[in-house]
Design a protein. Structure first.
Length: 432
C-alpha cells in the first residue's frame, strides 16, 4: 500500500471512452484499484497517461488455450488436416517436450497474448505418461513469471483418454492436489466416453474444482456426449462450474434444435467455448466444394441464456497451423464467419471475449470504482468498432501498473522537397 496523501493518485488515464461513442472520461488509480471515473477529473497523480479518445475496458479473457503444445509446427507433419491426425501427431511429439522447451514456447504465446490485451487466460496442460509433469512444471513457472500482466488458470487435462490409460488418472489427481486450478477431459478420444466423463467428475468433486471438456468435435449430431455431461453436471450439482469447448456438431443442426439444446445447457449452467480458428481448419476436410464451416452458432446459444466465449485454442500446431493469440482478431473472425452485422450482434461478440468470457472463468471484469485497475486501451471508438475494425490494442495496466505499450503507429509522408520513390537522390540540377 502506498502512503499517498488523500488528494494524490498513483495514476490517471485521461480522455478514454467507456462505451461506444461515449463521452471522454478520466480513470484515477490508487493502490492498484480504480479510485474514480469522472470527466475532466481534477487531481494530481504520480503518473499521467493520455488515452487520446481510445476505448478503455477490463481486458480480454481467453477461456481456452493450449500453451504446452503451441509452436510445434516444425516437429509435426500435416498431410490430412484432420482432428485424428492432429491428435496423433501431437501425441508423437509430446515425449520430446522438455520443461525448458515448453516454457520457451509458452512464453512466446503469452507475450503475444499480453500485447494483444489479454489479462486472463485458462490454459490446458496435458499430464499423462508421455508428457509426465514436465509441461505442468513449465506452465506453473509461466503462471508465476507473467503474473505481473496476466492471470493464468491451469486446467490439468486428459487429452489422450483415461480408461485406456489409468495411470493418467493418478497423475491428474496428483496435479490437482498440487496447484492445478481445475480438471479437463476429452471424451471423444477415450474408448469409453461415458466412463471418461464419470472419472473426470469424480476428480472434480474430490478436489472441489471446475470442469472443462473438449466435446463433440465432429459434424455428426448423432455422435454426442453432451447428454452425459448435462446429466453428470446436474447429478453432482456442478451448475455454473462446467464448460464445454468446440461442440462443432451444433453447426450441423437446424436452429430450432440448437435452441432446444441451448435451453438445456442454460438450465444446467454449462458454458460453451467456441474456437473458430481450429473449428474452421479441422472440420470438413473431405469436401472439395461448399465446405462446411463447422463453427457452433455461439450467438444463438448466447441469445438463449448460455454463457459463451470465443477463444484461441491452439497456435502453430497440427490443430491450428496459424495464430497470434489475438482475441480481437478471433472475435472479428467469428463475426465474419457467422455473418453477423447488427450492432447488438457485434456487441455480443465483443462480450464473448470479455465480460461473458470472464463470467465463464468466474473472474472479475469491468471498470468500476473499487475494482482492480486492470485496464486495456484499444484504438477504437467503442467495443463494436473494435470488433468490426480489429481495433489496435494500444496499452495495458494490471492492478494499476503498466504492463505493455505497443507504440504509436506513424506514417512517414514524403516531405515537399523529396521525390517519393527515390528520397536519397539529389535534385536533378546537381546530377552529372
Ligand atoms: Zn482445446
Amino acid at each position: 500500500m502506498s502512503s499517498l496523501p488523500d488528494n494524490l493518485f498513483d495514476l490517471v488515464i485521461r480522455n478514454v471512452r467507456l462505451e461506444e461513442d461515449g463521452a471522454l472520461a478520466d480513470i484515477a488509480v490508487r493502490n492498484g484499484l480504480i479510485a474514480a471515473i469522472e470527466s475532466n477529473f481534477r487531481c494530481d497523480a504520480v503518473l499521467s497517461f493520455d488515452g487520446k479518445g481510445n476505448f478503455a475496458f477490463g481486458g480480454f479473457v481467453d477461456t481456452h488455450v493450449h500453451l504446452d503444445k503451441a509452436c510445434i509446427l516444425d516437429r509435426c507433419s500435416i498431410c490430412e488436416g484432420t482432428l485424428t491426425e492432429a491428435v496423433r501427431e501431437t501425441a508423437r511429439a509430446k515425449p520430446g517436450f522438455t520443461e525448458h522447451d515448453v516454457y520457451e514456447r509458452a512464453a512466446r504465446v503469452v507475450e503475444k497474448a499480453i500485447s494483444h490485451g489479454t489479462v486472463r487466460m485458462r490454459t490446458f496442460v496435458e499430464i499423462d505418461p508421455r508428457a509426465g509433469f514436465r509441461s505442468f512444471e513449465a506452465i506453473k513457472r509461466i503462471r508465476a513469471d507473467y503474473a505481473f500482466a496476466i492471470d493464468i488458470q491451469i486446467c490439468a487435462f486428459a487429452q489422450d483418454g483415461l480408461t485406456n490409460e489409468p495411470e493418467t488418472l493418478d497423475m491428474l489427481d496428483a496435479a490437482l492436489a498440487g496447484s492445478a486450478d481445475l480438471i479437463g477431459g476429452c471424451p471423444y478420444t477415450d474408448p469409453d466416453p461415458e466412463a471418461h466423463i464419470a472419472k473426470i467428475f469424480e476428480l472434480a468433486v474430490k478436489h472441489d474444482v471446475a470442469v472443462d471438456f473438449h466435446l463433440d468435435f465432429s459434424l455428426d449430431p448423432n455422435k454426442t456426449d453432451l447428454p452425459a455431461v448435462i446429466a453428470a453436471t446436474k447429478h453432482h450439482g456442478w451448475q455454473g462450474r462446467v464448460s464445454i469447448g468446440h461442440v462443432t456438431n451444433l453447426s450441423a443442426l437446424p436452429q430450432a434444435i440448437v435452441i432446444k439444446i441451448a435451453n438445456n445447457l442454460s438450465e444446467a449452467g454449462i458454458a460453451l467455448t467456441i474456437l473458430p480458428a481450429t473449428d474452421l481448419f479441422l472440420n470438413g476436410c473431405g469436401h472439395d466444394h461448399l465446405v462446411p464451416r463447422g463453427v457452433a452458432p455461439a450467438h444463438i446459444l448466447a441469445a438463449h441464456g448460455v454463457v459463451t466465449s470465443i477463444a484461441t485454442n491452439n497456435v502453430l500446431n497440427p490443430f491450428t497451423p496459424y495464430g497470434d493469440a489475438s482475441l480481437m482478431r478471433m472475435a472479428n473472425l467469428y463475426a465474419n464467419v457467422a455473418q453477423l452485422s447488427r450492432d447488438a450482434e457485434i456487441a455480443d461478440v465483443f462480450d464473448m471475449v470479455a465480460r461473458s468470457a470472464a463470467r465463464q472463468l468466474d473472474v472479475p471484469h469491468g471498470l468500476v470504482v473499487g475494482s482492480e485497475a486492470t485496464i486495456i486501451l484499444v484504438d477504437a471508438k467503442g467495443p463494436r468498432a473494435a470488433v468490426r475494425e480489429i481495433g489496435r490494442v494500444v496499452a495495458g495496466w494490471k492492478s494499476g501498473r503498466q504492463s505493455f505499450h505497443n507504440g504509436n503507429p506513424k506514417i512517414h509522408r514524403p516531405s515537399a522537397t523529396q521525390s517519393v520513390g527515390h528520397p536519397s537522390l539529389p535534385p536533378k540540377s546537381n546530377r552529372r
